[in-house]
Design a protein around this ligand. Sequence first.
Ligand SMILES: NC(=O)c1ccc[n+]([C@@H]2O[C@H](COP(=O)([O-])OP(=O)(O)OC[C@H]3O[C@@H](n4cnc5c(N)ncnc54)[C@H](OP(=O)(O)O)[C@@H]3O)[C@@H](O)[C@H]2O)c1
Length: 328
Amino acid sequence: MTIRFGILGCASIARRMFAPAIAQVEEAKLVAIASRDASRAAQFASEFGCAAEDDYAALLIRSDIDAVYLPLPPALHETWARKALAAGKHVLSEKPLTTNLAATARLVEEARQADKILGENWMFLHHRQLQFIKDTLASGRLGEIRLLRASFGFPSLPPDNFRYRAGMGGGALLDAGGYTLCIARELLGDPLTLLASHLQTPPTSEVDRFGSALLVSTDGIAAQLAFGFDSHYRCELEIWTANARLTAPRIFTAPPGFAPLIRIETGQGTEEHTIAEDNHFANALRSFIRRINSHDADFDGLLRQAKLTEALKTHAHHTCHQTGPGPA
Ligand SMILES: NC(=O)c1ccc[n+]([C@@H]2O[C@H](COP(=O)([O-])OP(=O)(O)OC[C@H]3O[C@@H](n4cnc5c(N)ncnc54)[C@H](OP(=O)(O)O)[C@@H]3O)[C@@H](O)[C@H]2O)c1
């Protein structure tokens, strides 16, 4: 069944990735975009051939929309997801779904009551390079996993970016740290236990700008995670096994048209695998549509992700460090 989408907010990610991906997915149709600004909505609508609404609520009352994509600053996700569910829409939210565990638990309950699908858009889970890594590990040829390391961080953003604002749900943990937690859960399996975590917040900053964590799986495999803003770009997965070291230097953000590299070092030498380009946004959208069409209302992953994120924050050793670049 074709799923008719509406988008709340002319976000950068909606323009660059989500709306172009909809055009590639046969079972999806973009019906309308809503913005707080009528001219922005009209511009977006003319680019992508859909209707424009100058009010988010006006989009939600349209009867020709089945599902809503939410690419808003994280602090706004809970409110708009709730309104969308109440209006009878399925919801695909950008990550993080909410800014805390209680809010995620409330939304999950509301999605259950409304009998709607609620998703969090971890698009990298749907890139073929991750499947290649899973298949390689499952083949057994690298031996047992000893350690997983994941790092995601990037240089300073414009000072008015929501990621620097506490009231918008900003901060390195919520923005970049979630990817590292998500891949550790995906490859080592739930539940992970948090052993230690650290968040660094410069004295003039509203939000954490850097962080790290150590977790362990039920099989006793450790995950070392690091994430941050105002830093040299890193987007890497490293898996150290009994016989090898596997690295994937663009694990979270390999865009359409880009062929990511996976390197496997063993005692016999180094293999370099170039993985064919893939559109993980389109794949993530297909997966969400499959969930709608098959009534797959399993929300366990949403709760586990939110629980770990909250544990990392609650138990973190906080430091107040003066960093160089980045806005105050
Ligand atoms: N999955 C991924 O690969 C990926 C990548 C990047 C970002 N993201 C996520 O996508 C979401 C949006 O990120 P982005 O970088 O695309 O954001 P962005 O360009 O700043 O867009 C956010 C949009 O939210 C709307 N908005 C409503 N109230 C707002 C307020 N008070 N302040 C600012 N914006 C407000 C605005 O739309 P209107 O003004 O048109 O209403 C704005 O365009 C975040 O949750 C982020 O974590 C995901």
